[in-house]
Design a protein around this ligand. Structure first.
Ligand code: RIB
Length: 330
């Protein structure tokens, strides 16, 4: 049987308000009353109703986490890191998958308010400054991560994708002597894809030797990487290196090379981006660029706790440095 706060108050011979104050550690109560109430709570094995608590206090211990999709392993792995940190601080994650659609972003922004979430971590370019200020006006402390920009006045945590891409391409050219590289870019409108394209171009500019290059645009999904490389091979294009703007498209590209009998890395070297867990188990294991998911997760929760406890005069902007991970695909 589950008991209510009213049962505890009746059993202890005090008011419901007194029990509430003692449970929430707010307001006055004599040591004797506190001891008496705590004994009854233990005897009845009373568990506070968190939903009722949220409604009365208009605040829950939920942190909303809005992400672009669940179809790409990068995001669930990032969610897991953030969840671990949130739980350590006594919070739970309210997962909001926008499927990269503005209509679903709006649906979840409303839902965050109705669920009295305490904070929001936003990973989407379909969210503008007005959305963020609406959340803040309702007391929801908000930060952005990954597909974020520093132009707005909220804390943001991103990764330096220009540097990550530059390291990957320079590695293909200088360490692998690639002379003809295909760059599989992510979607043209995505900031993380745009930054990697810039890094790719920066690397080519800094190297004396002219390199044959070809840029193709995928959608960050495996199928797009597979179809793009399959088409190049079908059209008789030749290349000795592939840099993919994320691991999912690189995995698709590896499948296409395999179907055309191309040996990796003997004939084509390939580097991805994200360092999703699966890349360590492929054959060959995929070289990639690690996006510091654990650090991003820890920093995101640390920044939110800072906002909950101290507020913030000015937004903190963090840009983490990604790391090239070399494996057998290059
Ligand atoms: O793989 C999905 C990509 O979109 C990742 O590289 C991440 O940066 C996100 O923006």
């Amino acid at each position: 049987m589950s008991y209510t706060m009213r049962d505890v108050a009746k059993e202890a011979g005090v008011s419901v308000a007194t029990v509430s104050r003692i449970i929430n550690g707010k307001g006055e109560a004599s040591p004797e009353t506190i001891a008496k109430v705590k004994k009854v709570i233990e005897r009845l094995n009373y568990k506070p109703n968190m939903l009722a608590k949220s409604l009365s206090e208009r605040k829950s211990n939920l942190i909303a986490l809005l992400i672009p999709t669940l179809n790409n392993p990068f995001f669930p792995e990032l969610v897991r890191e953030i969840e671990t940190e949130a739980n350590k601080n006594g919070y739970q994650i309210y997962l909001c998958n926008s499927d990269d659609q503005r209509s679903k972003v709006e649906y979840y922004l409303d839902s965050m308010v109705n669920h009295y979430v305490s904070g929001a971590i936003i990973n989407s370019l379909h969210v503008d400054e007005k959305d963020l200020s609406l959340l803040e006006e309702r007391g929801i402390r908000t930060i952005t991560i990954d597909r974020a920009n520093f132009e707005h006045s909220y804390s943001a945590i991103t990764v330096d994708h220009k540097a990550g891409a530059q390291d990957a391409v320079t590695y293909l050219i200088q360490d692998n002597q690639c002379k003809n590289i295909v760059f599989i870019s992510g979607p043209k409108g995505e900031k993380s894809a745009i930054d990697r394209l810039l890094g790719y171009k920066l690397s080519l500019k800094q190297l004396e030797s002219p390199i044959q290059t070809k840029i193709v645009y995928g959608d960050f999904g495996m199928e797009s990487g597979y179809q793009l490389i399959r088409k190049l091979l079908k059209d008789g294009e030749t290349f000795d290196g592939i840099f993919s703007s994320n691991d999912a498209m690189a995995i698709g590209a590896i499948r296409a090379c395999y179907e055309f009998g191309i040996q990796i890395p003997e004939q084509v070297k390939i580097v991805g981006y994200d360092n999703i867990n699966m890349t360590s188990y492929l054959h060959p294991r995929l070289s990639t660029v690690d996006q510091c998911k654990t650090e991003v997760g820890a920093l995101a929760i640390k920044e939110l706790m800072n906002l909950f406890n101290n507020g913030n005069e000015k937004p903190n902007h963090y840009e983490l440095k990604p790391k090239l991970i070399i494996r057998e695909s290059s």
